[in-house]
Design a protein around this ligand. Structure first.
Ligand SMILES: Nc1ncnc2c1ncn2[C@@H]1O[C@H](COP(=O)(O)OP(=O)(O)OP(=O)(O)O)[C@@H](O)[C@H]1O
Ligand SMILES: [Mg+2]
Length: 277
């Protein structure tokens, strides 16, 4: 069966999309063939999973998601001289190993920023590329930027469903109606609907304000919010710096709750995909 493709999307920035995308991707990779697609020009997911030396070497001769959108483009920020050929699984997907598990990454690049004035039809190129590789994977996760942009729209067109990471503070949840409106716009533009797989609370702290917000969101999106939540924790920056998945970055047993949460979120994700897709 070809991969199920799920975008992680929220128009509010800094809510934990990338942290959830990377954590969930590594968790799924324990049992499945997983591709993580980074379509954010800030390439935070790429930076987390792929170490700097590997990435810089890759940029010199291989492709990034920029070439998926624009095959002839150069990754100039990395001094690249990428051949102007169509990107393939071999030239555009980096296999990364950790603890004996492999996660595949379609990396992003800063140069993606230049794509703003792309020709019509560019929004379909990610879907076409993923159509070509999806028989080799079980799950494809797309980490989106916090903008209603060409990138988010191309992720919409390429996906079977989307997942919404939500930081449950009163101001961040103001982004939810905005996201719903953006998704409606996409549905109108494309003539197709996209299933919302659910909402996941991220960067949770046990404060009265956050608990009240979580109660409200659980009421408003009844049955849609995942049971497990990702708590605010220390060490995320260090895990990123060391290119380690959060669930393996368990220095002195400091993050058992994040590890357990990711296991729970992953199981619920698999169940929802099985039942709904
Ligand atoms: N559970 C957490 N505990 C502590 N820090 C976190 C947690 N989740 C995310 N962060 C930190 O918060 C910041 C934003 O997280 P992240 O990059 O995952 O959000 P994002 O929604 O992908 O942001 P953007 O909109 O810029 O893409 C990062 O500095 C990250 O290290
Ligand atoms: Mg991000």
């Amino acid at each position: 069966m070809p991969a199920k493709i799920v975008s992680l999307i929220n128009m509010k920035g800094g809510v934990g999309k990338t942290t959830l995308a990377v954590g969930l991707a590594w968790e799924l990779a324990k049992k499945h063939r997983v591709l993580l697609v980074d379509i954010d020009p800030q390439f935070n997911a790429t930076q987390w999973v792929v170490n700097a030396d590997t990435y810089l070497t890759w940029l010199k001769t291989k492709h990034t998601v920029l070439n998926v959108f624009q095959p002839q483009a150069l990754n100039q920020a990395g001094g690249g001289t990428t051949p102007p050929i169509k990107p393939t699984e071999k030239t555009a997907i980096i296999p990364v190993k950790h603890n004996g598990k492999t996660l595949h990454v379609l990396p992003s690049a800063l140069d993606l920023m230049k794509l703003d004035a792309a020709p019509r039809g560019t929004e379909n190129r990610l879907r076409v590329f993923l159509d070509g590789v999806k028989s080799n994977f079980d799950f494809i996760l797309i980490d989106c930027p916090p903008t209603a942009s060409l990138f988010s729209y191309s992720a919409f067109l390429a996906s079977d469903a989307y997942l919404v990471p939500v930081k449950p503070d009163p101001l961040s949840v103001l982004g939810l109606p905005l996201l719903e409106k953006a998704m409606l716009d996409y549905e109108e533009r494309s003539g197709q609907e996209l299933l919302r797989l659910g909402l996941v609370f991220t960067q949770v702290r046990q404060t009265p304000a956050m608990e009240a917000t979580m109660r409200e969101v659980r009421l408003q999106y009844a049955g849609e919010v995942f049971k497990d939540t990702i708590h605010q924790t220390t060490g995320v920056a260090e895990a990123v710096e060391e290119n380690k998945p959060l669930q393996y970055f368990d220095r002195q047993g400091k993050f058992p709750e994040v590890k357990a949460a990711l296991t729970g979120i992953c199981a619920e994700f698999e169940r929802r995909v099985r039942e709904k897709l």
